[in-house]
Design a binder for this molecule. Structure first.
Ligand code: NOJ
Ligand code: CA
Length: 706
């Protein structure tokens, strides 16, 4: 992989701030966003943010509480400060675009307590045109060698009662539906104890990030964090009366602190994306830009791909993950109880390989291939149950790998840990070595259930380290990770580009079994402007048999078929599943053609329109071919938009195939109505797209040979 520093300008200005001239500030490169920092009379650090001179974040205090030391909440003065400008262009090895501009103005304030023990704290602000990031640095100092942080107090003091798109600040899972309320009306506690969640814990009226807000005068904000390493995840506690958010870190029942670190260290970046329209939130690269550059070097062993798999059939109840073994004297044994419904058989996987090979799909995920599934969910004692090398009797790993190689299709490994982290950590070397031996470069991991060791949560420091250590270890075996029930993405894919995708939201699977009606039509038009701002999503689109009544009468997908196609473009992931059953695709070759054609790795991305929670239209240009693909989705309201194709190349004709909602299409009443039309397009063309309720449009826009 090539990393080209196109332009790098660094200017250091260092000044010894006197008492009189201690204020510190920076302005974004185009002058729109300004950050001011100061300390109060009592010596408490605070900052403010403006955009076009309008206050976005009013006086917001910063500080920490510790178990082993007095709090960082007063008595600070600015001892020194420095500023710099940075402008580089770096390249994504895979991604939504090739070139990423990273241009910001930065300042660092060095604070010291003016009373004993005169401890030190630095705060760094990076100010971009699309938002800000800041973090705390705990420099090496004799006065303090280790901190046990009981709480971080980072405030975001808002100036209006924003329309807010939020999920509760659950310490254990992000798989909640989004709520849309005024900031002052957030009530996260109401979402405690969701019956469809194998683990959930919401201790406060707090939200998880990214949380996105739209103001009365069109300001768009999204709060999140970047580079979450060796720290716990941050939720944001809501003070509805004062329109204030404040960091509330995820804790652990095993410690009376939330984060323990030896000095020197720095926290993750606290981020605010700030734009004046919804599409610019999606094209903002603030989160990845705030991460360190690639430390893995060439990761070309991982290729973005579409994949099928032994997956949806289990969620529908057509087959099962488990085989029907019994544990006898510590060994999973065939005692004659096999039920014959096991999905991951050699034969079934070969069927997926054959289908994929014929249809330009390079991967097949196989879930339920290894022993242990008889005891994975709802059991307290899960350590030692799964292993990641022992296959069920009817699955021949050597043979499916051999067969796949012959057909140019790679097996995607699956490691459901059932959140038994010690078992997984112990086995990772053996598990990744097995993959390497077979030339398997991608694994989907899973963490269903309460974390073992007991008392830890999915989003606390213990698990942040577990997820990150797994990525680092996997890289040594040329393995890329697609984590389910993960920690939220914070842009670490820049540093570790084997971090390819993850879940971390209510995925398609909920449509198969949730007893709350599944994901409503507004779900993905919200996700595109919330969870998707953080990083790639393994949503697993492409369900054609929308109602699947032959499997589940009570459940269905709540979109039209056209929207399922549009999701391949709208919801970004470098691994994109064609999730439905082979027979459902074989019965519908015309719409399936889009999945066959659509790209998975992009040169550039254009967000053509969008409003948070309502609709969004995205066009992406495929790397290498230069072909374009467009996806447009809407919530429960029908829409018409005029799209202009001025982004296409000059003097080039394209053949566009349009997959659109048919006459009377409707996500519930008529989801399968689909029209397919082929036209010629150039960069002077315009087109009206009509989307049905819960509908969409997908387009492949392929260059004509000259
Ligand atoms: C939950 C994951 O989200 C899903 O994709 C997977 O099939 C199951 N866990 C089993 O690992
Ligand atoms: Ca899940």
């Amino acid at each position: 992989m090539k990393y080209i520093i196109v332009l790098m300008a660094a200017l250091f200005l260092s000044c010894n701030a006197s008492e009189e001239q201690r204020e510190t500030r920076a302005v974004s490169p185009n002058g729109t966003i300004k950050v001011n920092f100061d300390v109060s009379e009592a010596g408490q650090p605070y900052y403010t943010v403006t955009r076009n001179d309008k206050v976005v974040i009013d006086t917001s205090y910063l500080g920490f509480e510790f178990k082993n030391a007095t709090a960082f909440d007063k008595n600070f003065s600015v001892k020194n400060s420095e500023s710099k400008t940075h402008n580089e262009t770096w390249q994504m090895p895979w991604g939504e675009q090739l070139d990423v501009v990273n241009h910001y103005n930065e300042f660092r304030v060095m604070l010291q307590e003016n009373v004993a023990p005169k401890r030190l704290l630095n705060i760094v602000f990076k100010v971009y045109d699309d938002g800000i990031g800041f973090r705390y640095e705990f420099p090496e100092q004799e006065q303090l060698s280790e901190v046990e942080i009981t709480e971080e107090h980072t405030q975001f003091n808002l100036t209006e009662d924003y329309k807010t798109f939020w999920i509760p600040g659950d310490w254990d899972i992000y798989e909640h539906l989004y709520s849309t309320t005024k900031l002052s009306e957030i009530n996260a506690i109401a979402y405690s104890n969701h019956v469809n969640l194998a683990q959930t814990y919401i201790p406060e009226n707090a939200v998880n990030t990214p949380v996105t807000m739209v103001g009365n005068y069109g300001l768009h904000l999204s709060f999140h964090e970047a580079a979450l390493v060796d720290y716990s995840g941050m939720t944001l506690k809501v003070d509805p009366d004062n329109l204030n958010l404040e960091s509330h870190l995820v804790g652990s029942k095993n410690n009376d602190y939330k984060v323990k670190r030896a000095l020197p260290f720095h926290t993750p970046w606290r981020t605010i994306q700030i734009t004046d329209n919804a599409p610019d939130l999606i094209t903002s690269n603030l989160i990845v830009n705030l991460n360190e550059s690639n430390v893995l070097g060439d990761v070309s062993w991982f290729k973005p791909m579409k994949y099928t798999g032994v997956w949806w059939e289990m969620h529908l109840g057509k087959s099962s993950w488990d085989y029907g073994l019994e544990m006898v004297d510590g060994t999973w044994t065939d005692t004659g109880k096999a039920h014959g419904r096991h999905g991951a058989t050699t034969e079934n996987v070969k069927r997926f390989i054959d289908f994929s090979a014929k249809n330009n799909i390079k991967g097949v995920l196989v879930e339920g291939w290894n022993t242990g599934w008889e005891r994975w969910i709802g059991f307290e004692d899960r350590e030692g149950v799964f292993d990641f090398v022992t296959t069920y009797p009817d699955y021949d790993l050597d043979e499916v790998v051999r067969y796949g190689n012959e057909k140019g299709v790679e097996i995607i490994m699956h490691h459901e840990t059932s959140a038994a982290t010690e078992t997984y950590t112990k086995q990772q070397d053996a598990a990744f070595a097995l993959m390497q031996k077979h030339g398997i470069h991608t694994v989907k991991t899973g963490y269903v259930g309460k974390i073992l060791p007991k008392g830890e949560y999915h989003h606390g420091q213990y698990m942040v380290n577990h997820y990150n250590n797994t990525v680092e270890k996997a890289a040594k075996y040329e393995v890329a990770i697609n984590a389910h029930e993960p920690i939220k993405p914070t842009g670490l894919r820049r540093t570790y580009p084997n971090t390819i995708s993850r879940e971390g939201l209510r995925g398609q699977e909920f449509n198969a079994w949730a007893d709350d009606g599944g994901n409503p039509p507004e779900h993905l038009p919200i996700v595109a402007f919330t969870r998707m701002l953080a990083g790639p999503i393994d949503f697993t689109p492409g369900i054609f048999n929308i109602k699947f009544d032959e499997f589940k009468k009570e459940n269905q997908v709540n979109t039209t078929l056209a929207q399922q196609l549009a999701l391949y473009v709208v919801i970004y992931s470098p691994v994109q599943m064609a999730a439905d059953l082979v027979e459902h695709y074989e019965a519908n070759p015309e719409p399936f053609q889009f999945i066959k054609d659509v790209g998975v790795d992009w040169q550039t991305t254009k967000v053509l329109n969008g409003e948070v929670g309502e609709y969004v239209t995205i066009a992406r240009q495929e790397r290498e071919t230069g072909n374009w693909f467009l996806g447009s989705i809407t919530d429960e309201n029908s829409r018409s938009f005029e799209v202009d194709f001025s982004f296409l190349d000059d003097n080039q004709e394209y053949t566009a195939t349009i997959y659109k909602d048919g006459q009377d299409a409707h996500w519930d009443k008529n989801p399968l109505a689909l029209d397919i039309e082929t036209i010629t397009l150039t960069n002077t063309s315009t087109l009206t797209l009509n989307l049905a309720e819960g509908g969409g449009v997908a387009m492949s826009i392929i260059k004509n040979n000259k």
